[in-house]
Design a binder for this molecule. Sequence first.
Ligand SMILES: Nc1nc2c(ncn2[C@@H]2O[C@H](COP(=O)(O)OP(=O)(O)OP(=O)(O)O)[C@@H](O)[C@H]2O)c(=O)[nH]1
Ligand SMILES: [Mg+2]
Length: 441
Amino acid sequence: MSDFAETICALSTPMGHSALGLIRISGSKSSKILKDLAGILPEPRVSRLCILKNHRSEVIDEVVATFYPGPHSYTGEDMVEISAHGNPLILDEIIAEIVSRETRGAEAGEFTRRALANGKLSIDQVESLDWVLNSSTREGVKLGLRSKVEGLSGSVEEIRGLFLDLKVQIEAQLDFSEAEVGELDKVQIIKTADELRFKIEAWAKAFDIHKYLLNSWTVALIGPPNSGKSSLFNALVGSDRAIVFDQPGTTRDFLHQSIKIDGLPVTLIDTAGIRNNADPIEAIGIQKTYEAMKGADLICWVTDSGEGAPPELLSKHSSKKWLLIRSKSDLGGRAPEEFISISVKTGDGVNEFRKLMLPTQKEADALTEDWLPLTSGRQRDLVLSAADCLLSMSEDLRAGKYLDLSSQWVDKAQRQLSQIIDSVPNEDVIGAIFSRFCIGK
Ligand SMILES: Nc1nc2c(ncn2[C@@H]2O[C@H](COP(=O)(O)OP(=O)(O)OP(=O)(O)O)[C@@H](O)[C@H]2O)c(=O)[nH]1
Ligand SMILES: [Mg+2]
């Protein structure tokens, strides 16, 4: 981890010619550096027009500078923001003058890391920034902003309250001996636990659907060999990217390509056909197909026989969105009702399929809860593990296990939920979150 005692600086706007470029400095030396370069230190939080000069007292630029003393700044440390003219020559020289004064260039996301370390932002607020900065839709930006401005702590608190109600229900029974706890009471506890579980599962599911508003929606084409996956992939991509051949086992490695649907970026994946008795190379390809399914948001089962997907695959990925596709409709035969009928040869059904590849706004809206939207896979996984705890609790109760175990399951679920807003998560979690941040943020 980088040393937070050091003063850092970075250009927070993209490098290139523009009207303005914003340079940020954070750390104890911030005010001294500004005073050195500008000859004055503006009063806190007041933007001042000043002339910056280099170490040879030559003018570098006329800028607007603002000094934010800690802790009332973005990072919680002393900070300076300089709006300079957006010429890379000027911006480079200002940065060079700053770093020559016991300051180093910031690492990607380091300003925000410091804000997190200093309690200016909670971890869930940091995660929502990804939506604010990187969403390719207005809805995605709005969703991120809601979570950023309010934070998820209110929603988590509300759910904690529901868990507490459940715990009270359980503990009211703990004063009685096991023989005295009535069947009716147990049924009531299971009912409350199940209702709570469905609600929080829907919260997690909403994230899986909302993800398409960010810039990450991955669609995997899977199915038996020779079913026309690569042909469909090429048709959607609009070029002969994948090899198509009249022989099962043609695709061995998976291919991915970014395409746009309704202006939204979608990653499309073509995979090796799934079958038993594949040769060793093909078998490796099939393993990769399973990997691709894990990362996909939508799984499309492509078959020319109308045979459904293997039940074990369906149940393994039951939480994902699936589409069933009957390919080669030009060859005749009727597709089962739940299948979309497609022919790459005649173009039949391809555009209809393209439209179905993204969730509809209606689908996303239907899942919107009173609780603020989740903004990361980490948060979603924590909600699902809390839901799993509730499921285990109900199963234990149904199996006749003693009630004090139930109370422990609720505690465990609560701990999972708390981690959503935990202000000091471990380094691995932080590292993963900040890997998507750019320098200057
Ligand atoms: N008649 C007809 N043939 C098709 C259609 N789509 C694909 N084919 C043919 O089916 C054969 C297999 O197509 P691919 O796209 O390579 O199938 P695949 O599912 O990628 O096969 P693997 O990579 O082996 O799993 C090729 O000969 C294609 O020309 C279609 O819509 N109609
Ligand atoms: Mg193929």
